[in-house]
Design a protein around this ligand. Sequence first.
Ligand code: PEP
Length: 251
Amino acid sequence: MRTPFIAGNWKMNTTPTEAAGLAREIVSALEGVYNLEVAVAPPFTSLAAVGPVIRGTSIRLAAQDLHWEDHGPFTGGISHSMLEALGCVYVLVGHSERRIYFGETDHLVNRKIKAALRGGLRPILCVGEEEAERKGGRLREVLVRQVDRCLEDVSAGAAGRLAVAYEPVWAIGTGRAATLEDAVEAHQIIRHQLELLFGTQAAAPVRILYGGSVSPGNAAGFASQPEVDGVLVGGASLKVAEFAAIVRAGW
Ligand code: PEP
């Protein structure tokens, strides 16, 4: 029912020239892949270089962040319309690295989600618990709180443009991916909360991705779970062969 979605987050890597080269290699490695959606999220400064390389392919352009206002005196800020003008379709919002290193709160994430939706972007809301929260039995509480606060005042009509990435903080960049059971449990919690917020019908098209140390070795397992609609890939998305293997993992 939901088209599988694989997104690559390049984080703070690649100059424009490097990014265009990486995009060219990904385009050629993914030739013939049509049954799912793929997006790449280069740094802001490489969006203009990657856009023309993927134009006309099935790969979509994503940004890693955006500002919560439309324009104004926000030095260094990048607005939704600036991203749209560069051809961005998706934007990551609330990645745990933004929360940890840049102090982003659920409230700020909510404002960014609403800015993306005010424009023409499709936000990918990132949520996920820290290791101490999981060990303390607080998984459900944390996920419910993040989903509720980050999606406050988002209408059911806009839900179809939304994706959610479940990214346990302890799994990001550590090589310790969640087990299938843990990922499925978290995805079920998130889907249930989306249904409470938007209604079952409006929540149905929202894709829930897993993120955190996804690799060619574990991607097929995630692909085999009906609750997992795709993956958000960090480190492995910078390695063409690994990213292509994840995309071709049997979604
Ligand atoms: C991420 O940054 O969203 C991510 C999942 O990173 P990694 O795949 O490197 O764990």
